[in-house]
Design a protein around this ligand. Sequence first.
Ligand code: ATP
Ligand code: MG
Length: 153
Amino acid sequence: YDFHVVEVGELIRDVAEQWDDRQHSFIRMQLPEQPVYVHADADKLRQVLHNLISNAIKYAPDSKVTDLRLQVQGSAAFIHVQDYGLGIPDDAKPHMFTKFYRVDNTDRRKIGGTGLGLAIVKEIVEAHGGTVRFESELGKGSTFIVTLPCMAL
Ligand code: ATP
Ligand code: MG
């Protein structure tokens, strides 16, 4: 890891722009007015956002919208990636960050992947001293929440 001071809002805008170009998807962004600085490896953090946005779009075949939110509370930055897609079955929830785990059901049989995206997200976020968790309801959608320690201004 190559840690530097990174402005998260700019990084989010950057990654979101790449997705909007590529997909028939629409990313709604909600960023704070002030900059949010974290100690991070920018490329790794881009990978985290990329994997989460990729899932949000891929597992929401009937919804075009992904919501990206950045918030600061005290010395923590919260990044929310919310979709309105398939959601995650309760029995799959304990396994989501396990390498090569993929949810097996008829809804998503045709959606390709290796089952590594979220395991990589967790590894990178934890290497930054952060955490990742999610909330999801089957048939309604999912929200992945990354928390990172941020620098006080
Ligand atoms: P890849 O390595 O290409 O990311 P993947 O998307 O299958 O492959 P993960 O990103 O680790 O692997 O996700 C694991 C499984 O969790 C997926 O197969 C999918 O079923 C489920 N999943 C992940 N994100 C979402 C989401 N936003 N909504 C619904 N299901 C999800
Ligand atoms: Mg994935």
